[in-house]
Design a protein around this ligand. Structure first.
Ligand code: NAG
Ligand code: NAG
Ligand code: NAG
Ligand code: NAG
Length: 439
């Protein structure tokens, strides 16, 4: 082939490439701009929010703006229909922590970018899909919002961004969206202190204290499944009918690992009806729950089918860092006492540990509690082979240490940067030493 003919072919190819991309624009009839204005919806939605619904919907999912404090709106996907007369819940959101005001706009232009801009035009959130071949936008019946190309491939999907909720069909990925983060409170839609993270060997839940350099582990999926070889690459929440039992539908984690022999699935909960419309939620309280939606049951379409840390499940409520407030002793999922330097007193929400403000060793001491564990002890090994005096001096030298935990039988030491909920265990070899000011 001569060089001029190959150059011609190259020219032809690049022309074809160019024309196929330039064809890939969103037809004008598919574009939209929604302005956040007008009357609020009439029905009861989660967090007691005000909301305005937008046209894109696919039963039972609908795109909305909602606010829990005036003039601070979140673009979100609502799950639940008017027909079911049940509470409607928020299962996906675009702009947590970056609310928009009245007259904010959601625009899907011919370039294929989906853009949330505040009233002054400032872009708050976008899909970054301008001129990448997007030809359409859809809300799928699975609750996935997608931007697709001419062949139906998804160039962007809402499933790839998570806040505190994982819908059936949604995937956590190593190097992708790999965690859920709790919401701070009903009224305040910013990141809360709890997270559920997909790690190489399983799922873990962490509590992030303002006082702690690192998040503290309070739950791990190790009692549900273990990844012996390789590490997790992805984990998908699925709904699986059990053909043997009939009328039994499992909510299952399907997971893949770098070593194919470790890839597997684990049934986590079940219901007696088709639970394809379900989600996993990391709650404001740091608990993890499965909710199913059965629109055939009017008024009570939602069912809480499983709570991970619950008096009726494998792990009691005492593992929840905030179960007994800022400081309290928990036993059998109940808050039973408030530990003070003068012994145990009745528990109340206001139980607090006395603040040690000085770092000078002469300004503070410790009081001892017997048969007590910290929530992090169950899933972290602590420092083994440590003498108790070394454990104590480690805490004393660290201004942020609020106390230490020591197992005399195994010589293990844990330094605690936050106390929160302590658990009573029937074992006098488990000791807690709480830092307290000398006067
Ligand atoms: C929203 O825009 C409309 C039309 O421009 C205007 O009349 C209205 O006052 C605006 N609302 C707010 C709260 O700024
Ligand atoms: C998960 O990973 C496996 C193996 O790497 C892959 O075949 C599969 O498509 C992935 N699933 C999802 C939903 O990403
Ligand atoms: C369960 O419900 C989903 C969505 O409503 C539907 O697509 C699916 O076919 C149903 N599965 C069975 C086994 O009936
Ligand atoms: C206390 O815990 C240790 C392990 O940490 C165990 O070996 C021992 O049997 C326990 N003692 C009681 C009285 O439960």
């Amino acid at each position: 082939m001569t060089s001029s003919s190959s150059a011609f072919i190259l020219l032809l190819l690049s022309f074809q490439l160019f024309s196929s991309i330039s064809e890939a624009v969103v037809p004008a009839s598919e574009t939209f701009t929604y302005v956040n204005e007008g009357d609020f919806g009439d029905y009861i939605v989660e967090y007691d929010a005000n909301y305005r619904f937008l046209s894109p919907f696919n039963t039972p999912f609908q795109l909305c703006f909602y606010n829990t404090t005036p003039n601070a709106f979140t673009l979100a996907l609502r799950m639940g229909t008017v027909r079911s007369e049940s509470l409607m819940r928020w299962v996906w959101e675009a702009n947590r922590g970056k609310p928009v005001r009245e007259n904010a706009t959601l625009t899907f232009g011919t370039d294929g970018n989906l853009v949330l801009a505040d009233a002054d035009g400032r872009v708050v959130w976008q899909t970054n899909t301008a001129n990448k071949g997007v030809v359409g936008f859809q809300v799928l019946p699975t609750g996935n919002m997608v931007l697709h190309d001419g062949k139906g491939n998804f160039l962007w999907q809402s499933y790839d961004s998570t806040t505190d909720t994982l819908l059936v069909g949604q995937t956590l990925r190593a190097g992708g969206p790999n965690k859920l983060v709790s919401r701070l409170s009903e009224a305040n839609n910013v990141d809360g202190p709890y997270s559920l993270v997909m790690e190489p060997k399983g799922l873990s839940m962490y509590y992030k204290s303002p006082n702690s350099p690192r998040p503290m582990l309070y739950w791990s999926s190790s009692e549900w499944f273990t990844v012996d070889q390789g590490s997790l690459t992805n984990l998908t929440l699925t709904s699986n009918p059990d053909t043997d039992e009939g009328f039994l539908y499992y909510l299952t984690f399907n997971y893949f690992t770098t070593n194919p022999t470790s890839s597997s699935n684990r049934n986590m909960a079940f219901s007696r009806y088709n639970n394809t419309l379900s989600y996993l939620r990391l709650g404001i309280d740091g608990n993890l729950r499965f909710y199913t939606y059965n629109p055939n049951v009017q008024g009570v379409a939602w069912e809480l089918v499983y709570t991970f840390l619950d008096r009726d499940s494998m792990e009691g409520e005492c593992q929840l860092p905030g179960r007994c407030g800022n400081f309290g002793l928990c036993e059998d999922s109940q808050c039973v006492a408030c530990p003070t330097p003068n012994g145990l007193s009745g528990w109340s929400k206001d139980c607090e540990v006395k603040k040690v403000t000085s770092c000078k060793a002469s300004d503070f001491g410790y009081y001892k509690l017997e048969g007590v564990d910290h929530f992090m002890i169950k899933y972290t090994r602590g420092d083994g082979g440590t003498k108790q005096s070394d454990c104590e001096s480690k805490c004393s030298k660290d201004c942020k240490c609020m106390g230490y935990f020591y197992h005399t039988d195994s010589s293990r030491c844990w330094i605690a940067y936050d106390l929160k909920t302590l658990t009573r265990v029937g074992n006098s070899t488990h000791l807690a030493y709480i830092k307290t000011p000398n006067k």
